[in-house]
Design a protein around this ligand. Structure first.
Ligand code: MN
Length: 757
């Protein structure tokens, strides 16, 4: 037997073992045992992908098997979904069609595979228009059959787990997309565990060093937490035993990604995060109807042992989160003087929390009536948003994302009906959530019987009455203070509609003017007018006329009637709509450095996108632009982005702008590494907080300028009731300089926290 044959036999064995494992885990579930069709789907996919390898060198079929296993064991779906997962890449990657699948496996599986094929190019294609279409498709297929998106999430999870074999620039695209849309989607669908894993995997690929550091610190503090956990839970166990409950107490450790985000968002160090450990009590209710009451009984009995925090009782039991999450969260003071969060849930609530109510999702098989659950309502909102035309894919995405992230508050209508709203909702959001008419004619609201403006932020428990007036019109500024997707989409749609009407009116006004003054209504004359009034397009001109922001008069007539107009040459030199005045103004506003940056164009075909670019002093000065939004310095995890002008912009990997670029223009992302020799200086901002004693300021400046010999560029310090807040701008070579400065500043007694912002 030769080597190739031997390898084939080994591969065959590996494939069959993986499939057997899938079958075993399926048989261990409560689903009906439809082994036959699953085996058929496996054999079909296996021969369809025969001979094809993944980047890792594995036979391709290992991927669909792994996705099917996630679908079965981690999401809890049945045979239809398992078959669809096994077949999910067949139509995309082989010659088989959806009809073939339908003929062999029936219309339902074919429909799901079709949905998965449509969105297989990732949500975001390479062109902006394709993005919009793909994203819409994803949402539409999702609202047709939620299983499509669940399998897609499983597919993405397996791709993330095996991301190591991809090229770095592809890794950033996939990791970015995962963090931007898949993790929030998983969260919205209640797939908590998968959401956490997706976030962590993205984080690990984007910031490998920081990930490793947090892991190391978690490991180093593990013993300490174990001791705290035991000490804290022993008395709780005794109390629960007295109640004769069947229960389990688990320690829940914050994930590296959420630790890191908290460090970033709150500018604190690992050591300052106090809620790394939380405690979870999972009990089996004696009777299912009693589980709600039992949650509260447990709360009452453990709050006899430890004092509860008055403001931190979260009742997700009586009011589940929109993703189905149910639990009672309390924060208790441990004997070590540390607040510890305790999550109380029944076994059923725990299942929902881990797997999402996807696991409990009943499919519309016989067309039976469905409970209009929160998920249904959310899908309904998405359909509504999709019905309003929105040309920009990223706008649409942002709008939908608003609804993915939000945690919720509960507010009441004047009749006492309860409504779930995303956090940060305003009175105007509330109005739109009830009815578009109410929103578009809203003039104010009464919250708890007090008059408030439209922009008033609602709090849980508020009772809200909306005040309307027929004369009210939607204002463009409203977009700035709504935070729900629905309100935002409605406002934009109405504004656009009104603008179209105004444009039409403006066009008519212009035509009447031309007629009256006996001027030829040709495009040259319209252009002349646009230029005169500094309008970029003729649509802008029409709009201004229609909205009566601009009234045509004698000047306009005179300019248009000017004989032998010598303004034609301008047209060839400058883009339509620019005047000399506006060009001079534009240039004045720009710093000299930007003129140089214009030259930093890179010939597209000179870039080897497969290789990380090297950031040296020389290349930074010559070829690359340091992004102004996040101002990365050597040592930061960065990436390159090729912009429309073919310049390469260097962003921090976690920069919000870069996150968006990774998702929308993933093919323009380059991996980048620093290789600097400490000759260039970069600006950084450092935030210092502490106790305001005499001489602190002096000590801070001493440390920076005397000890470390670093130039302070800007320094602002504010004292407030004995506490100070200082912002220092410095020029440094790299991240190590910043670390040294921070460490030295921390040695000053009065300084309580130092961080880079
Ligand atoms: Mn796949």
């Amino acid at each position: 037997m030769d080597e190739i044959q031997l390898k084939e036999i080994q591969e065959e064995e590996m494939i069959n073992n993986a499939f057997q494992e899938l079958l075993d885990s399926y048989l261990a579930t409560k689903h009906r045992k439809k082994i036959e069709i699953i085996t058929k789907a496996f054999n079909f996919a296996k021969q369809a992908h025969k001979g094809v390898k993944r980047r890792s060198g594995e036979p391709y079929i290992m991927h669909p098997i792994a996705v099917a296993k996630i679908v079965c064991t981690e999401i809890g779906l049945g045979s239809t979904s398992i078959c669809s997962a096994l077949l999910h890449d067949v139509v995309e990657d082989t010659d088989y069609t959806v009809e073939d699948i339908s003929n062999i496996f029936g219309p339902k599986i074919a429909q799901i595979v079709d949905g998965l094929t449509k969105i297989s190019g990732g949500i975001f294609g390479d062109r902006a228009s394709a993005q919009a279409e793909n994203f819409k498709k994803l949402l539409l297929t999702m609202s047709d059959d939620i299983r499509v998106i669940l399998i897609k999430i499983a597919d993405r999870l397996h791709n993330m787990r095996t991301l190591g074999s991809m090229l770095p620039n592809k890794q950033y695209k996939i990791a970015g997309e995962t963090l931007y849309i898949y993790a929030p989607l998983a969260n919205r669908l209640g797939l908590n565990k998968i959401k956490t894993e997706l976030e962590n995997l993205s984080f690990r690929y984007e910031h490998p060093e920081e990930y490793a550091q947090i892991e190391k610190k978690l490991a180093a503090t593990q013993q300490e937490r174990d001791a705290l956990f035991k000490e804290f839970t022993d008395p709780i166990r005794k109390e629960l035993d007295k109640m004769e409950l069947e229960y389990d107490i688990k320690a829940r450790i914050k994930s590296p990604y959420s630790i890191w985000s908290k460090m970033q968002n709150k500018h604190i160090s690992f050591e300052e995060i106090y809620d790394i450990l939380a405690v979870r009590i999972i009990f089996k209710p004696k009777e299912l109807q009693q589980e709600l009451n039992e949650c509260f009984n447990i709360y009452v009995s453990i709050s006899k042992i430890y004092k509860p925090h008055p403001d931190r009782l979260r009742d997700w039991v009586s009011h589940p989160k929109a993703n189905g999450y149910q639990a009672l969260h309390v924060t208790l003071m441990s004997n070590r003087g540390q607040w510890i969060e305790v999550q109380i849930r029944s076994k059923r609530m725990d299942d929902v929390a881990e797997q999402g109510f996807a696991a409990h999702w009943k499919y519309k098989e016989g067309g039976g009536s469905e409970d209009e659950g929160e998920l249904e309502k959310w899908l309904h909102t998405i359909k509504e948003i999709l019905d309003d035309p929105q040309p920009d894919a990223m706008d649409l995405l942002d709008t939908i994302k608003l609804n993915l992230f939000a945690s919720e508050i509960f507010v009441f209508t004047p009749k006492g009906e309860i409504k779930t709203m995303p956090q940060n909702s305003t009175a105007l959001d509330f109005a739109f959530s009830i009815h578009t008419f109410l929103g578009s004619h809203c003039i104010g609201a009464k919250v708890n019987h007090k008059l408030v403006p439209l922009s008033h932020r609602l709090q849980s428990g508020d009772q809200v009455e909306i005040l309307t007036s027929k004369a009210q019109r939607i204002q463009p500024s409203w977009v700035n203070f709504v935070s729900t997707a629905k309100a935002k989409a409605k406002i934009l749609a109405i504004i656009k509609k009104e603008q179209r009407i105004a444009q039409k009116e403006g066009e008519e006004i212009l035509n009447t003017f031309f007629q009256k003054e006996d001027i030829e209504p040709n495009s040259a004359n319209i252009e002349k007018l646009s230029r005169l009034h500094k309008m970029n397009t003729k649509e802008e001109l029409f709009l201004a006329l229609g909205q009566k922001m601009l009234v045509l008069g004698d000047d306009d007539r005179n300019i248009l009637k000017e004989k032998g107009s010598n303004t034609n040459w301008k047209k060839h030199l400058f883009p339509f709509g620019s005047t000399i005045g506006s060009i001079i103004k534009q240039n004045k506003g720009k710093k000299e450095s930007t003129a140089k940056e214009e030259e930093k164009k890179t010939e597209d075909n000179n870039i080897d996108r497969k290789k990380p670019i090297k950031l040296t002093e020389e290349t930074i000065e010559k070829n690359y632009i340091i992004a102004d939004c996040c101002k990365p310095i050597p040592g930061d995890d960065v990436l390159g982005y090729i912009d429309e002008k073919n310049r390469i912009i260097i962003h921090k990997r976690q920069c919000p702008v870069a996150v968006k670029l990774k998702s929308s223009h993933g093919n323009r992302i380059l991996a980048a590494n620093w290789d600097t020799q400490k000759t260039l200086f970069f600006p950084v901002n450092i935030l210092v907080k502490g106790i305001d004693n005499i001489g602190v300021l002096n000590q801070i400046t001493q440390v920076i300028s005397q000890q470390l010999n670093v130039n302070i560029h800007k320094l602002s310090i504010e004292g407030n009731d004995g506490i100070f807040d200082g912002k220092i701008q410095l020029y440094v070579h790299d991240v190590n300089d910043v670390k040294t400065i921070c460490n030295n500043l921390k040695k000053i007694n009065e300084v309580k926290s130092v961080s880079r912002i």
